[in-house]
Design a protein around this ligand. Structure first.
Ligand code: UDP
Ligand code: MG
Length: 324
């Protein structure tokens, strides 16, 4: 355990919001109230991820009411991972928490997280007890994904842990040093390490609206995670190539033996067609997997920023304490 920690550190809370105009007026005061109970120095950073509804107007209005509120508007929809990154960059607290804008993450848990931080944890993450808000297929595929991504990997990504978490400043600085464009945050949290503690919770139902991560969105995110954190697909291809070559060699030998030992003339037409199609398929598939990696490499070398800010309102923790 490291140096003893202050009882009431300054706390930043980051809340990514995409089309959450209906939820913010209820969720923001709830979270603010929970934060104020924990420390005299708090800020809540609402990141509008290019919403198409009134999220920006609602957030600005809330900013006028609450001095602790900071509003960051991105120039378009960059995705939740980018919105979180923008929030982490803007956060100034000694401790930074991440929470959803849809009311699914109970703010009461922040107190428990902070208590664990005081005891010496650098990261306290919430693990959902149930996945009842997902279909059985979706939950099953999520399980398969975590098993695959953690297979033979040095970095273990805890399954069912989301972005709802509280992190020490050191962890935030570590995350900010990771420059990649393909940001799979759940992987990045695991990659930086530090002493982590899990607490479990029951996710609340979404206040209004519906999840932005359906089966398709989840699949895209899973692919990003897989490609960014595992080279297992490449290894599988190498293995498959090796096994197939050995099989082909063995079969070739067998055909020769057949011919000389029993004089069997091989009626090879069907075999030839099937083998040709099979191997073309394998090759195309392999090139596809390679291309996915190459595409990500292309994303990285372009060095485009992960997000662009259109507007920032409110000073949060940077404000003079007297003026608050
Ligand atoms: N979100 C975002 N950008 C997006 C999609 C979602 O900032 O492109 C935010 C959203 O407003 C919410 C959080 O990310 O605060 C989680 O999204 P959602 O509730 O749709 O996902 P789920 O809870 O189903 O994982
Ligand atoms: Mg949600």
């Amino acid at each position: 355990m490291s140096a003893p920690r202050t009882l009431a550190p300054s706390i930043s809370c980051v809340m990514p919001a995409y089309n959450e105009a209906a939820n913010l007026p209820r969720v923001v005061p709830q979270v603010l109230q929970a934060l104020r109970a924990l420390s005299p120095q708090v800020e809540l950073i609402v990141v509008d991820d290019g919403s198409r509804d009134d999220t920006a107007a609602v957030a600005r209005a809330l900013c006028a009411q609450h001095a602790e509120l900071v509003f960051v508007q991105l120039s378009r929809n960059f995705g939740k991972e980018a919105a979180l990154t923008a929030g982490l960059d803007a956060a100034q607290g000694e401790v930074v928490a991440l929470i959803d804008a849809d009311g699914q993450h109970p703010p009461a848990l922040l107190a428990e997280m902070l208590a664990k931080w005081r005891e010496g944890s650098d990261v306290v993450y919430a693990v959902r007890r149930t996945r009842e808000d997902q279909t059985r297929l979706h939950a099953g595929l999520t399980d398969v994904f975590y098993r695959l991504i953690n297979w033979g990997s040095r970095v273990h990504i805890p399954p069912h842990a989301g972005d709802f978490r509280l992190m020490d400043r050191r962890v935030v600085e570590a995350l900010k040093r990771l420059p990649e464009r393909n940001r799979f945050m759940k992987g990045l949290y695991a990659w930086v390490g530090f002493q982590s503690t899990a607490i479990d919770y029951e996710p609340l139902p979404r206040a209004t609206g519906s999840s932005h991560f359906g089966l398709r969105g989840s699949f895209a995110l899973a692919l990003t995670g897989m490609l960014a954190f595992s080279t297992a697909p490449l290894r599988v291809l190498t293995l498959a190539g090796l096994v197939l070559s050995l099989l082909a060699l063995g079969y070739g030998g067998w055909v020769v033996v057949e011919y000389f030992a029993w004089g069997i003339r091989v009626p090879g037409y069907a075999t030839l067609v099937v083998a040709l199609m099979f191997f073309s398929g394998v090759q195309l598939f392999s090139i596809g997997v390679l291309a996915e990696y190459v595409g990500r490499i292309y994303d990285e070398v372009k060095q485009r920023p992960n997000y662009l800010v259109r507007e920032q309102t409110g000073t949060g923790l940077a404000a003079e304490p007297a003026g608050r």
